[in-house]
Design a protein around this ligand. Structure first.
Ligand code: SF4
Ligand code: MG
Length: 315
């Protein structure tokens, strides 16, 4: 609720006030249990910061994050330890996320050591069971990360996140570094594991194809804010926000089915230290109107439970 993550900037001589980079600037969304909630947008839009704020890798500036009825920004000690087990995050780079000096078995056992697996034999059993679920033979227990392919390493990273039976898994560009064919395998594995372990995913990616494939609902982020949220089919068939329309028009596959022309956005994302007045997208929007330049639109919801933040749809 109204989540804000600001980064204090080093003081510049000309400016007397302290400046803040508003990476996440008042974000609101709900993730339903058991769904895949996609979060898309260009790099620098604040989607990764949102994910890292949820797992408390980065401290929130303001707002609430309610998980199982509790505001996780207020948790302490034991509750916090429980939270760390219940919410896991996986990142993009399978090459640097795994310790090259340790065997896969050691890497996968590691998270268990801090929780209720004090018994060595039990830990090994659990790891072998998990390896099997992800389609690995037992001998991978003794292998080193460099002996694995990129796709295999990414599977190990996913398993690592699942060792403690989390409820929510945040995937931040988890398949972005992989070849398209390997991406599909990993996405299918993630879907299968979701069913098997009753997982809820927040799936962060700049790649709309990937998000379309895996998500139930999608939120589109721009310049630290969510500008549109809808069920996946609704969003793809009936995008409302001009930014979403532009993003979708850039996907060749979807372009063919809709027959729509590619919308080229002019200009770059605005300077975060000098944010525009009014609608954050007005400097690039092909539909910009006078009102957009000084009044910020509110988020409204239509009958299809489709939310959009744009003056074109305000009454
Ligand atoms: Fe474009 Fe105006 Fe809508 Fe912003 S509010 S997206 S500038 S039409
Ligand atoms: Mg990112």
């Amino acid at each position: 609720n109204n989540l804000k993550t600001y980064f204090k900037q080093p003081k510049r001589k000309l400016f007397k006030k302290t400046e803040y980079l508003k990476a996440v600037n008042g974000v609101n969304f709900k993730v339903r249990k058991g769904e895949v909630f996609g979060l898309v947008g260009e790099s620098g839009c604040g989607k990764s910061t949102t994910g890292q704020t949820i797992v408390k890798l980065i401290q929130a500036t303001d707002g609430e994050i309610i998980f199982n009825g509790k505001d996780i920004l207020k948790l302490k000690n034991r509750d916090l330890k429980e939270l760390r087990r219940n919410i896991q995050i996986i990142f993009q780079d399978p090459y640097s996320s795994l310790n090259p000096k340790k065997r896969i078995g050691w890497i996968l056992e590691e998270p268990l050591k801090n929780y209720d697996y004090k018994n060595t034999r039990k830990r090994k059993e659990k790891v072998c069971e998990m390896l099997e679920i992800a389609g690995f033979s037992k001998e991978f227990y003794n292998r080193y990360p460099h002996e694995l392919s990129g796709g295999q390493r990414q599977r190990i990273i996913i398993l690592h996140a699942l060792m403690l039976n989390p409820q929510l898994v945040i995937s931040d560009e988890a398949v972005s570094a992989l070849d398209v064919s390997v991406q599909a395998q990993i996405l299918n594995l993630m879907k299968r594991l979701q069913n098997e372990f009753n997982l809820t995913y927040i799936f962060i990616s700049h790649d709309l194809n990937v998000v379309y494939y895996i998500s139930d609902r999608i939120a589109v982020m721009y310049f630290g804010e969510i500008v549109e949220i809808a069920d996946v089919e609704e969003l793809y068939n009936n995008p409302l926000h001009p930014y979403t329309k532009a993003l979708l028009s850039a996907i060749p596959k979807i372009d063919k089915t809709t027959g729509k022309k590619r919308i080229i956005l002019k200009g770059d994302v605005p300077d975060p230290l000098n944010p525009p007045e009014g609608c954050p997208f007005h400097t690039r929007c092909p539909n910009v109107m006078e009102i957009c330049k000084n009044k910020k639109p509110e988020m409204i919801e239509n009958l299809n439970k489709h939310k959009v933040m744009c003056h074109l749809y305000q009454k």
